[in-house]
Design a protein around this ligand. Structure first.
Ligand code: ARG
Length: 268
C-alpha cells in the first residue's frame, strides 16, 4: 500500500517535470506556430567573455546575449561546445543556430558565415612573464609563441612571422595556452586584449604582464556568427542595436569592465 503511494507520487512528479521540459523547449510565434528554442554555441574558456564558474557559463558575452535574445523575443539555450566545433557546427548547419564567443568579424570568415552587426572592439596583446625581455610584437621573432588555434591571434602572429613559422604553437583553447606559458612551454601568448588584461588582473600570483602594440596589432570587432543565410540575423541585428542604444549594453559593460564603453565605433 505504502509502496504504491510512493510510486504514484514519483510518477506524478515525473509526468509534471516532463511536461515543463516540453513547454520550455518550444515557443509560439505570432501565428501560433510552435518554434524551436534557438541553440547558441560558445567556447567557455575565454574570460571575461565566456567561462565556467561553478558549473555555469558566465561572462560579458553571456549577459549581452541574454539582453539581445530578450529584446528579440527569442528563447534560447547556451551550449559550451568548444572553439573549433563552433565553426564546424555552423558550417554543417547542425547542433547550433548561432555562436557567441568573442568571435572577430573578418573577410575570411565572412566567406563561410554571416555575422551580426559589431558589438565589441578588440585588439591583440602579448602575455609574457613579468621578467621577460619581450617588449613588443617584433621581439617575438625567434621566440615560441602560443596562440589559440584558428583565432585572429594566430593570424596576427602569422602576419608578422609567416604562416609556416615553426615557432607558433597552437592550442585548443586560450586557457591551455596560458598554462603552457606558466609552465615555460612558450615564451609568450598572443590573445585578445581584454582576455590578457583580465588574466593579469585576476592572477597576480602568476606574475604575468600584458603588452600592447598598436603599431603591429590592428583593431577588430566581435560579432555573433550565423550559418550563411540565417533568417535569425535581421532580428538579432535589430535587437543588438536596441541593446546598445538603450544603455543596457553600457550597464553590462560596466559590470564586467568597470568603465563606460565607447559605443560610437559600434553604431556607425
Ligand atoms: N577574437 C578572436 C577570434 O575571433 C579570439 C576569440 C576566441 N574566443 C573564444 N571563446 N575562445 O579569433
Amino acid at each position: 500500500m505504502k509502496k504504491g503511494l510512493v510510486f504514484a507520487v514519483i510518477l506524478a512528479l515525473f509526468v509534471a517535470l516532463a511536461g515543463c521540459g516540453g513547454k520550455s523547449a518550444e515557443q509560439t510565434s505570432g501565428n501560433g506556430e510552435a518554434k524551436k528554442k534557438v541553440i547558441v554555441g560558445t567556447d567557455a574558456a575565454f574570460a571575461p567573455f565566456e567561462y565556467m564558474d561553478k558549473g555555469k557559463i558566465v561572462g560579458f558575452d553571456v549577459d549581452f546575449l541574454d539582453a539581445v535574445m530578450e529584446e528579440a523575443g527569442l528563447e534560447y539555450e547556451l551550449k559550451n561546445i568548444g572553439w573549433d566545433p563552433l565553426f564546424a557546427a555552423l558550417q554543417e548547419g547542425k547542433e547550433i543556430d548561432l555562436a557567441i564567443s568573442g568571435i572577430t568579424i573578418n573577410d575570411k570568415r565572412k566567406q563561410t558565415y554571416d555575422f551580426s552587426v559589431p558589438y565589441f572592439e578588440s585588439t591583440h596583446m602579448i602575455l609574457v612573464k613579468e621578467n621577460s625581455p619581450i617588449k613588443n610584437a617584433l621581439d617575438l621573432k625567434g621566440k615560441i609563441v602560443g596562440v589559440q588555434n584558428g583565432t585572429t591571434g594566430q593570424a596576427a602572429v602569422e602576419k608578422l612571422f609567416g604562416a609556416e613559422n615553426k615557432n607558433i604553437k597552437k592550442f585548443e583553447n586560450t586557457v591551455v595556452a596560458i598554462m603552457d606559458l606558466l609552465n615555460g612551454g612558450v615564451d609568450a601568448v598572443v590573445t585578445d586584449n581584454a582576455v590578457a588584461n583580465e588574466y593579469v588582473k585576476n592572477n597576480p600570483d602568476k606574475k604575468l604582464k600584458a603588452i600592447e602594440d598598436p603599431a603591429n596589432f590592428e583593431s577588430e570587432f566581435y560579432g555573433l556568427m550565423f550559418p550563411k543565410g540565417s533568417d535569425l540575423k535581421p532580428k538579432v541585428d535589430e535587437a543588438i542595436k536596441k541593446v546598445i542604444e538603450s544603455g543596457k549594453y553600457a550597464e553590462i559593460y560596466k559590470k564586467w569592465f568597470g568603465n563606460e564603453p565607447k559605443v560610437d565605433n559600434l553604431l556607425k
